[in-house]
Structure formats: C-alpha cells, structure tokens
Design a protein around this ligand. Structure first.
Ligand SMILES: CN1c2c(nc(N)[nH]c2=O)NC[C@@H]1CNc1ccc(C(=O)N[C@@H](CCC(=O)N[C@@H](CCC(=O)N[C@@H](CCC(=O)O)C(=O)O)C(=O)O)C(=O)O)cc1
Ligand SMILES: N[C@@H](CCS)C(=O)O
Ligand SMILES: [Zn+2]
Length: 766
C-alpha cells in the first residue's frame, strides 16, 4: 500500500479563526485559556479534515500560534535574555519575541522576522549568543500536540525543523559574532532528548525538515549533515524513524549530504521533478522516498496523470513499499478550502484546489498507484476533463496583450536621462530639505475603514458614499502629515484592501477570491489574487485617489503602486506560461498607470517591489541571472515612461543586498526605501563599496511592532547610517507601510522620527 502524506496544513482555520482569536487575546478581549482552547479546536478540526480525506500520514506540530520556528526557539531554551528576564508566562514571552512588548515596565522589540525561503510567509529568526546554551522545555509543544492528537484517536507524524536548518536560518544576535552552525554540538542533545520523548509518547515517525539542503551551503554546514544524521541513526529504536524532508528546490548539488541510514527522504517533485533519478540512486538500501507531487505553493488542481507518472517512475525503481505520495511542501502557503468560494465563476473554480482539496488529491493519487487507476476512475476522468478545459479555455488568451508585448522597444526600458540630470531637475521642482522625511504609503487600516469597505463590497453603501468616505480618510491623513511636518506625503492607501489584491481586482486576466486567505506572518493574512489569463489594464486603477490627494496637499504627494514582480509573486501565478511573460504583461499595465499618474499631476511615484528579492532563485547561477534580467527589465518597463523631473521611488522590505546589489542598482530608481531597522547598518556598506549615487531611505524603525521607538533610538540609527551614506543621499522613513499599526503609536513614532530628522538637518545645515 502506497501511503499518502501531508507535510503541514494551514492553521488559520476556515474563517481565519486563529487570527481572530490571537488578535482578541492581544486586545484583552479573550483570556489565554480561551485562546489556547481555540487553538486546540483548530488543530483537531484540521487533523480530522485530513483523516476524512483519506490521508494516511497526518502532521502534528505544524500548528503555531504565531510561527513554527518561534516555538522551536522557545522550546529549546533559546529565547534571548532580554525576553526571559521579565519572567512572563510562556505564551506572553512567545508573543513578545514575535511582535515585541511595551507595557507595564516591559519594553522589548521583537526578534527579526524574515521570508521563509522564496515564499510570502515570514518566520522568526533564531537569534543566538556567543555563549548560547540550550535546554529543552520539560513539556515541549511537539510532544504535547502529538499526545493531543493521540487522545483524539489520530496518530500523527510530528514535524520538527531540523537542527541544521534551525541554525542555518538563525543569526548571531546584535553585537555577537557566533557562527550559528558552530552551536550544533550543543543543540544536538536537545534534539536527541526531544526525539526520545516523542518516541516515549508513541510517535513512530517524525518529519524532520531540513529544507536548507536546497541552498548553496557553506562547506562547514554541508559537512554537518553526515555526522548529525549518523548520530541520530545510532540511537536506533530509542527515537522515532526519521523522514528527512526538503522542499522548494532540488538537492542534487548537495546529494553527498543526504543521510543514507534514514527511514525516509522527502523531495519536492513539483519544483524539481528532474531530481528524482539522482535522489533515488543516493537513497540508502531501505530508505523510503516521499514524493512531493501535489503543489504546496500554488492553487492549481493537480494534473493526476502527470503526478501518477512521477510516482510510478519512483515505484518502478523502489517498489510500492518504498514510496509515499505527498504534498511538495507544507500546505501552509495555500488557502484553506475552495468550498468557501461562492462567488468564483464555476468555469474557473473548477481549475483550483486549495488545502482541503489537496488532501483529497494525495489520497486519490496514492490509491491510484496502489490499487490501479480503475479504483479511482471517476476521479481521474473528472480531473482529466478539468485539466483539458483549462488548457483550451479562451479566457487564458488575449491576442491584444500578446501584440503589445511583441512591440516593446529597447528604449522603453530607459528613462530619458541619467540620474544626475534627473535629480537636478527633481530637486528644483520638489524643493525638498536635507534628510527628507516620508512614509512608505499606507497609514493605519482602521476597523472603521475595513467596515466601510465591507459594507461597500456587500452593497450596503453606494459607490458614492464609499468614495466620500475614502476622500475624508485622505483629508485626515493629509492633515496629520501636515501636523507631523513630514516632507513628502502619501494618501495613506485607505481604499486598498491589500497592495497586490487591490491591483489584481482591477486588472483583466485575474480571478480573485472571497475567503482564500494565506498566512503571511503572525496573525496577518493575505488573499493572493490568481493570474488565470493574459493581463491588461481596462482602466486607471489609482489615479482618482492620488489626484484628489494632490489637490488637497501643500507638499509633494507620492503616487503609490505595486511593481510587476511583487504583483506577480504575491499572486498565485499561472503555471502554464513563464513568469517572465506574466511580469511583462503586468509591467505594461503599470506603465500606463505611471504615465496617467504623471499626467494627473503626481510627480513623485513610488513603485513598490518588496518581493523582488524573494523571487531570486534560491541558488546562485544561470537561473538567478535569468530571473534578475527579466525582473529588472519589468520594473524598468513599468516606470520609464515619465519625464526626468518626475521622481521614481521604490521600496523593499528587506536589507539583504550583498548578493543582489547589481539588480537594485540596475532598477535605476531615483530613491529607494529599504527595511533596515532590525539589521546591522553595516549591511549598508555595500552602497558605499559600489559607489551607489542615488538616494536611499533605510528604515529607521520597525513597523511590525506596536512599540514606539524613542527619538534617541532613531537618532542612533541615523548616526549609524551616516557612517555609510552621504547626508545628501539619506531619506528618513520607517521600515515599511503603517497599515497594521494603530494611530496613537503611529503618530508618536513619526513625531520622534521627524524630530530626529530635524536634529540632523540642523546639524548638517551649511
Ligand atoms: C507588505 N507585506 C505584504 C505581503 N503580501 C501582500 N500581499 N501584501 C502585503 O502588504 N507580504 C509581505 C508583507 C506582509 N505584511 C502584511 C501586512 C499586513 C497584512 C494585513 O494587514 N492583512 C490583513 C488583511 C488585509 C485585507 O485584505 N483586508 C481586507 C479584508 C479585511 C477583513 O478582514 N474584513 C472583514 C470584515 C471587516 C471587519 O469587520 O473588520 C472580513 O472579511 O471578515 C480589507 O481591508 O478590505 C489582515 O487582517 O491579516 C498582511 C501582510
Ligand atoms: N506601499 C505599501 C508598501 C508595503 S511593502 C505600504 O505602505 O503598505
Ligand atoms: Zn514594505
């Protein structure tokens, strides 16, 4: 019997129940016991969904209140002393690390949160000390969750982040110099103890995630796999059998690091089907292959015929007993269920499969390869029909879009003049002071804004009423920015549900959903729109609001758009057309929008590309260069239609530029705003080394936390930045948009920020 397995299930629940519960807890509206009960209810519900779908291997410990890596940090006794010193209860300490805490004598910022590989999910970075020690929590979550499922009659396969991935994904704390991988010897006993506890609790197998094996690894890290997994193997039946799981890439370049003496190995055969042969020949003589053939990262219905072919190829080499049918990765990156989508056009809905439906898919594929196609004939036929219907649908193809793409000229990628000419004109027309202050675009998306939008969506208020409401919001934020004395204003994005979904809803070629939420970080979710066909812009998307904002503001007002790569990456892309083609279509649509904004009197335009870095293929090489080529071209195509005097800004919520600098420089944006408050300002050295001439605003405070930074903290950040950047280059801004914040903390933080900027303005005044 070929077993079926899921590597992880989305945890928010069908109605984003976990989000609602955690936010209610933070807001003092739910007790801790109630929060934990709700979490327990959700875990049980999700295990039952998978069980009822016929999945044979169901994960536990994939659930997290905020982030799964953060649970490991806490359970391994790796919470930095700045959190443990307050002796908070474990749940509050956990949230303090995730989102910072500022209350009753406690004042601590959050740990750094960064992208999980190339996904739009963010994990909390293990932050380690030179003298780091580890100590296992006496009641580790992995064991508690396993026992909870067992009590409910479901035997699960607990999921752990493996020791090498845990360390490789971590970093030395500020002021520390430890190379995390050097802590492996200290960490391994904790894993041994945890695995033994899981065995004692009754776990027969454990999924140990080592996805870092898909990266190009430093030699020391790569060499750590062999002894680590030999050590686990030497523990024999004292610990559960291990399923060594990799995903989001191939492991061929690291194949020598793959453990031989291990129960099973999981690989992603959606992303890299070609790795099958190499991996199979590197397996130990009894090792099972877990074949990831159902996509954990996208929402397209699995093509059963192709998936079965992949599994059959593995069975031919290994035999049925040594193959498991699995999702390619955790399903965390997919929405809960298609059943909630009542408004989707049925023709299109038939092309999709969300987490609940994917659970059924793995079970069907396992049955097909075990008992033969006849055992699931109806399902295979329906699947083939649906795959065929999508392939031949007219809705995917727009000849006018293709025609326009074929006419793009080399000059369309270039601004009219070089930066020095442009900035001179911009400075003349914009008249900005030294250290100009600005924000990244969004202001707090208050409950009231969401309620009004919800009413409008449901038809409870008219378009006119909604428009009036939005205008009033814009008036309010303009007034607040005047009071704060910022230099370049934004309209606050009150009309936008999300920076990508909003555009998806206004572009042809997209489908959008009502409930297809995916966790982005902590309690925050996004509803990625879905690219189903060729993309074009039927009408201007942002001009009305920006034009209005310009008309009521005395200072320059930034127009605000999401760039082509970010629109693409934070959507569910098509899998039948190369992503470069989809990006180019988006770029053309955005180019028209940029030109329309300029014609409407908007002379500072920000085109956000925070997903540019996350789209970078995980390994260096030709694939990466090819990506950068089309990604940079798409951005340039979208912004190059304007005059020299129009200032183009771009924004990135990350600070890793070391291996990426040439791409950032090649964007040729006049001003960049980048996330930097949590990172070492030393990272900015790359801008000096490369003699970057354009303007930069490295974020001076972290917007993910409700914590208000003091004026002195901000000055300290600016002082650090001035070691690397010239005063005339430096803009002062927060790390990212302020949509998740409350107004009180926003005003307090921006007041401190503007005061800090004024201090330096005076200091450097000629
Ligand atoms: C900058 N970031 C973004 C990423 N990806 C995106 N697609 N968008 C981003 O902005 N990736 C990297 C980072 C991640 N950061 C964030 C930051 C903030 C959020 C966030 O705030 N998400 C919201 C949902 C936003 C949204 O779509 N809102 C809609 C629907 C609101 C809603 O829940 N309505 C209620 C009814 C109204 C009510 O009574 O409150 C409902 O439908 O039930 C809207 O505003 O209209 C979140 O709450 O999680 C995400 C990523
Ligand atoms: N303009 C967007 C960028 C987020 S990455 C915002 O301010 O929310
Ligand atoms: Zn951002």
């Amino acid at each position: 019997m070929v077993q079926s397995a899921i590597l992880g299930f989305p945890r928010m629940g069908v109605n984003r129940d976990l989000k609602k519960a955690t936010e209610a807890y933070w807001g003092g509206k739910l007790s801790q016991a109630e929060l934990l009960n709700e979490a327990k209810r959700l875990r049980l519900e999700h295990w039952n969904i998978q069980k009822n779908a016929g999945v044979s291997i169901i994960p536990s410990n994939d659930f997290a209140l905020y982030d799964q890596v953060l649970h490991h940090i806490q359970d391994f006794g790796a919470a930095p002393e700045r959190y443990t010193k307050y002796q908070l209860n474990p749940v509050d300490e956990y949230f303090a690390m995730g989102r910072g805490l500022q209350r009753e004598g406690v004042d601590v910022p959050s740990l750094e949160m960064v992208k999980w590989f190339d996904s739009n999910y963010h994990y909390v970075k293990p932050t380690l000390q030179d003298n780091q020690t580890f100590k296992l929590n006496p009641n580790p979550k992995a064991v508690a969750d396993f026992l909870e499922a067992k009590e409910a009659g479901i035997t699960t396969r607990p999921v752990l982040v493996g020791p090498i991935s845990f360390l490789h994904l971590g970093k030395a704390d500020r002021g520390q110099s430890v190379d995390p991988i050097d802590l492996l010897e200290k960490l391994l006993p904790i894993y041994e103890e945890l695995l033994a506890k899981l065995k004692a609790a009754g776990a027969e197998t454990v999924q140990i995630d080592e996805p870092v094996l898909v990266f190009d690894l430093p030699a020391k890290t790569k060499a750590a796999f062999k002894p680590t997994y030999e050590k686990f193997a030497s523990l024999g039946s004292k610990i559960p059998s291990l399923v060594f799981a990799t995903y989001f890439g191939d492991i061929v370049h690291n194949i020598e690091a793959l453990p031989k003496d291990i129960y099973a190995v999981h690989v992603d055969l959606v992303r890299n089907p070609e790795q099958l042969e190499t991996v199979v020949s590197a397996l130990g003589p009894k090792t099972i292959l877990s074949a990831g053939v159902v996509d954990g990262r996208n929402i397209w219905k699995t093509n059963f015929q192709k998936a079965i072919e992949k599994v059959e190829a593995a069975i031919q080499k290994l035999g049925q007993e040594r193959v498991i049918v699995a999702t390619s990765s955790s399903l965390l990156h997919t929405p809960h269920t298609l059943a909630s989508e009542k408004k989707l056009d049925p023709e299109i809905a038939d092309w999709f499969s969300f987490a609940v439906e994917k659970a059924t898919e793995v079970a069907i594929i396992a049955k097909a390869v075990t008992e033969g196609p006849a055992s699931v004939r109806a399902e295979l036929e329906a699947n083939a029909k649906s795959v065929q219907a999508r392939a031949s649908s007219k809705r995917t193809n727009d000849p006018a879009v293709k025609e326009r793409q074929s006419k793009i000229a080399a000059s369309d990628y270039n601004r009219q003049s070089e930066f020095t000419t442009r900035i001179a004109q911009q400075q003349k027309s914009l008249g900005l002071p030294l250290f100009p202050t600005t924000t990244i675009g969004s202001f707090p998306q208050t409950k009231e804004i969401r309620i009004q939008r919800n009413k409008f969506t449901k038809g409870e208020i008219t378009a006119e009423e909604y428009e009036k409401f939005i205008e009033k919001e814009i008036q309010d934020v303009v007034k607040i920015q005047e009071e704060l004395d910022l230099d370049v204003y934004v309209h606050g994005e009150p009309e936008r549900n999300d920076m990508v979904q909003y555009f998806g809803e206004r572009l042809d070629g997209y489908a959008f959903t009502t409930h297809a939420w995916v966790q982005s970080y902590g309690s925050r979710c996004v509803r990625p729109p879905i690219v189903v066909g060729d993309i074009s812009r039927p009408a201007p998307m942002t001009v009305k609001e920006s034009k209005y904002a310009v008309s009521i503001s005395k200072k320059p007002m930034k127009g605000m758009l999401t760039g082509p790569i970010t629109c693409l990456r934070w959507s569910f892309p098509r899998d039948d057309v190369h992503q470069s083609v989809q990006a180019e279509q988006l770029a053309l649509a955005l180019r028209d929008e940029v030109v329309d904004l300029e014609s409407a009197g908007v002379f500072v335009i920000q085109v956000d590309e925070p997903a540019l870095r996350e789209g970078l293929p995980l390994r260096a090489g030709k694939e990466r260069e090819a990506y950068l080529d089309w990604a940079v071209k798409s951005f340039r195509l979208s912004v190059s239609g304007v005059k020299d005097s129009t200032q183009i800004h771009s924004h990135f919520c990350y600070s890793e530029f070391q291996d990426f600098f040439h791409a950032i420089a090649a964007l040729d944006a006049d001003v960049l705003s980048i996330e930097n408050s949590k990172s070492d300002a030393k990272l900015l050295k790359v801008f000096v080394d490369e003699a970057y001439p354009r303007h930069i605003g490295p974020g001076v405070y972290d917007i993910h936390s409700p914590r208000v930074p003091s004026e002195q903290e901000i000055k300290d950040r600016i002082e650090e930045m001035l070691q690397f950047l010239k005063p005339e280059q430096l803009w002062i801004d927060p790390d990212c948009g302020l949509k998740t914040r409350q107004w009180a903390e926003t005003k307090a933080a921006l007041t401190n920020m503007v005061n800090a900027a004024k201090f330096y303005r005076q200091k450097y005044a000629k």
